[in-house]
Design a protein around this ligand. Structure first.
Ligand code: FE2
Ligand code: FE2
Length: 293
């Protein structure tokens, strides 16, 4: 085999996965539509995952918004604490084409599925949705839930299967802990839910890609997606109030994971953060209903 053939064989095993943060309401969906197709081509992305739990008015995901995300180029959609907020969520979860997954560790027998496996250039990649429980609803233990999931999925086999986990959690400590818990056992752990991108993207020992939070695709002049005046008023008064989706320029936060399909590992992680300047800045507090997180 020549050097060129060796190089192309390695390239055939290299998969580029773009993991995108929580997509917030109509501004997030339209920002995604404007940015993602170009980015996909520019970066040579093989698979796009995005968190859709805030895609419907900032709260939940519906058939309409899941379809929009898919049409913008998202291959698999993860969720989180707002997953049950829209009335048609069971239809969304049952729709095989939309590939929307709900967190793995809800107790009882929740509808839908927690993971989806896609075949990308001949290589299966499994995307899992998982939720933390520090400063959140007390779900089943996410650490043991992942242990059980990986046992079922053939973890420990060589090569290990390609698994990417969206860990939707509030506390940075719980997310970092999950990164270390799964290091060497999955291809990547990417955090969501805070809507604030973190600067700690790295490859953990065991070749597991990691970032504490992807961030969001949503209005930059906002309080994690909500209009500044509305969200600020709640902090200033300690009284509940309306919470909608802000407008204006959209920030696009994601990481690019370079995976090695031959080994089930991650070789590199790089943040991809863009500002979509095609929409005008808007500092007014305008409500469309819903809430954040
Ligand atoms: Fe969120
Ligand atoms: Fe959330």
């Amino acid at each position: 085999m020549t050097e060129g053939e060796t190089g192309s064989a390695a390239e055939a095993m290299r998969l580029r996965v773009l993991a995108v943060g929580d997509v917030i309401g109509a501004p997030g969906r339209s920002g995604l539509r404007r940015i993602l197709p170009r980015l996909r081509a520019e970066l040579g992305v093989d698979l796009v995952i995005a968190n859709g739990e805030n895609s419907a008015g900032g709260r939940g995901i519906s058939l309409k918004t899941a379809t929009e995300l898919r049409d913008a180029g998202v291959d698999a959609i993860t969720t989180g604490n707002h997953v049950w907020s829209q009335p048609d969520i069971e239809q969304v979860l049952a729709d095989d084409d939309l590939r929307v997954v709900r967190p793995l560790n809800f107790p009882g027998e929740p509808p839908g599925r927690a993971s989806v496996t896609l075949t990308v250039r001949g290589h299966p990649i499994t995307v899992v949705s998982l939720m933390g429980r520090v400063f959140m609803t007390a779900l089943d233990d996410p650490f043991r839930a992942m242990d059980a999931f990986l046992l079922d999925g053939g973890a420990g086999t060589d090569p290990r299967p390609l698994v990417v986990v969206d860990f939707h959690a509030e506390a940075t400590s719980e997310k970092v802990a999950m990164g270390w818990h799964l290091a060497g056992r999955v291809a990547a752990v990417v955090g969501t839910h805070t809507h604030v991108p973190t600067a700690d993207a790295r490859v953990l020992p065991g070749e597991t890609g990691y970032v504490t939070d992807l961030g969001m695709v949503g209005p930059v002049d906002s309080i994690i997606g909500a209009p500044v005046e509305q969200a600020l008023r709640r902090f200033l008064t300690q009284r509940p109030g309306r919470s909608g989706v802000a407008e204006g320029q959209v920030t696009f936060n994601a990481v690019l994971l370079e995976l090695d399909a031959a080994r089930g590992t991650c070789r590199a992680v790089r943040r991809i953060d863009l500002l979509d300047t095609s929409a005008p800045p808007d500092h007014r507090a305008r409500s469309q209903g819903g809430s954040r997180g």
